[in-house]
Design a protein around this ligand. Sequence first.
Ligand code: RI2
Length: 308
Amino acid sequence: MDQNVVSISQDIRDMKIRGAGRIARAGATAVCRFAEGYSGTDLTSFSRDLDDAVKVILDSRPTAVSLWNGVHASIKGVKEASGVEEAKEILIRNSNEFIAESNEAVQNIARIGAKRIEDGDTIMTHCNSSVAIGVIAEAHRQGKDIKVYATESRPWRQGILTVNDLSREGIDTTLIIDSAVRLVMKKVDKVFVGADTITSHGALVNKIGTSQVALAAKEARVQFYVCSETYKFSPLTLEGDLVKIEEREISEVVRPGEIPDSVKVFNPVFDVTPSQYIDGIITELGLISPGSVYDILEKKFGTELMKE
Ligand code: RI2
């Protein structure tokens, strides 16, 4: 197995590379490295080895469809190549294109999303979404006076990364524990979160606790926005597949010996926010309603999926 594929996949699994967008770009990079390092000349062996590499990459984290989409965008058309050299060229070109488009999408979302933020707004964000942070930072750069409450996001505490990112931008930032969300929501005007996966019926799969933030926002009549590139829309859900919710090690929740062995620990790291809690999804194509996800998916993947 290609060592780059193995080590990038391990870094994704260990969350050294994390965040749905970053893991998608890392998956595309892994496929690109596979092509660059391949020295064989037999197309059948190449295809088999590529299938194995893809499996290792996709197995690294199960929930964010961005990884699946990043890898599948990279391998598109490879099976039709006439030889190994052509297959390698296709892989390298596709993965570079995916990475460039992904970075561009993040910038466009920042520009579009910033318009939703008004001078004087107090914002809440959850976990560490580079896309949501991009939106907030862009509004701040435009001179809007904003305050942000960022949740700690147990157990992995991605909120620590978020408050570092926001304060580096010079944004008035307050860290809160996850259980303070409902209390603090009274002071909040808008919520901006990222996405790991958005289903064909417009539900959001994102860091555990997101649905509680959405519930508190709905109760307080606070607008709830999702910042998401369209490659976080899941074509698999169009086909009826369920999104697998990743469960991680109990060592992320408790220290060894802290609780009796008889006590079970359940550590799901994502949850599902139904579409009716979402006021808008800010994508690189514009601000859309959750009800439009199906149409975008069908346009992007519909005919392709039928072929498989
Ligand atoms: P960006 C993260 O997952 C969070 O759930 C975050 O909301 C989402 O990815 C999107 O991140 P994790 O890798 O692509 O921390 O917006 O489990 O950076």
